[in-house]
Design a protein. Structure first.
Length: 269
């Protein structure tokens, strides 16, 4: 049976780039997103008619069960990529309870529900890989990202736990810690900080530069492959060196601090 990849947040950003690349590499891709993915589905079906982009909310157990069932119909599920996430740019006091709950429903509960539904399929198929997208904000954050940073920290901790729980089933679980990526979420964060979003520049050697979604997709495809069989549980950090800069911020001379501050406004994925 053909290998199947389930990708959440597939309609845009890293999810879209990942779905496209995995389809290019011969996988049947089943994507989930609350946004319209019809155009992406059309493109993917040119590669394989079995590909599907479903309208689904990862915080809904019913939606997750339906999209996972569609993945099971199409072959052997071998790869799960959880990119679906939302953002709130507030401190704790300014974060409304409903906003906090919704963010955790999508970013944390959504990851849990997708994994809960997918792991039995991975197990029955002989194993596979789950890649949960976290963020540098799980490890070193900035002002006014209370709920988002907490949720990405939870994704990191959950991924470590699952790596231990399912190792014997030949299931790897990789928390992917990303820095700045050229996505709508990153632009939303920049606007909230009063900054102009920086463009991606793959040829730049600047530490902490903005990545393209395609760059991240290539890394995800590599992590999901048998060549990355040693990687599970431990976070894979793909941030262009951003965490190195954040870690030494207090010791930077003043011009460098200004550079870091500008970078920080674009540090959300």
């Amino acid at each position: 049976m053909r290998p199947v990849a389930l990708v959440t947040g597939a309609a845009g950003g890293v999810g879209r780039a990942t779905a496209t690349l995995l389809a290019d590499r011969g996988m049947v891709v089943v994507g989930a997103d609350t946004a319209d993915g019809s155009e992406l589905e059309r493109q993917l079906r040119e590669r394989d008619p079995a590909c599907l982009i479903a309208r689904a909310d990862v915080s809904s157990a019913r939606d997750v069960a339906a999209v996972t069932a569609e993945a099971a119909k199409r072959g052997t599920l071998t790869t799960v990529v959880n990119t679906a996430a939302i953002l709130a740019c507030h401190d704790v006091v300014a974060t409304a309870e409903a906003e906090w709950d919704r963010l955790f429903e999508v970013n944390v509960k959504g990851t849990y529900l997708v994994c809960q539904a997918a792991i039995p399929l991975l197990r029955s198929g002989g194993g596979g890989c789950v890649i949960n997208v976290s963020s540098v904000h799980a490890m070193a954050t900035v002002k006014n990202l209370a709920a988002y940073a907490a949720s990405k920290g939870a994704v990191l901790a959950l991924s470590r736990q699952m790596a231990l729980d399912y190792c014997a089933d030949n299931i790897r679980v990789v928390p992917l810690v990303l820095g700045s990526v050229d996505t709508e979420m990153s632009r939303q964060h920049a606007r909230a900080q009063g900054l102009v979003p920086a463009p991606p520049d793959p040829d730049s050697r600047r530490v902490g530069r903005v990545a393209t979604p395609a760059e991240v997709a290539r890394l995800i495809a590599q992590l999901a492959s048998p060549e990355a069989g040693l990687i599970t549980g431990s976070p894979v950090i793909a941030d262009g060196g951003m965490l190195s800069m954040l870690a030494i911020d207090g010791d930077l001379p003043r011009p460098a601090r200004r550079a870091v501050s500008g970078m920080r406004g674009r540090a959300c994925v």
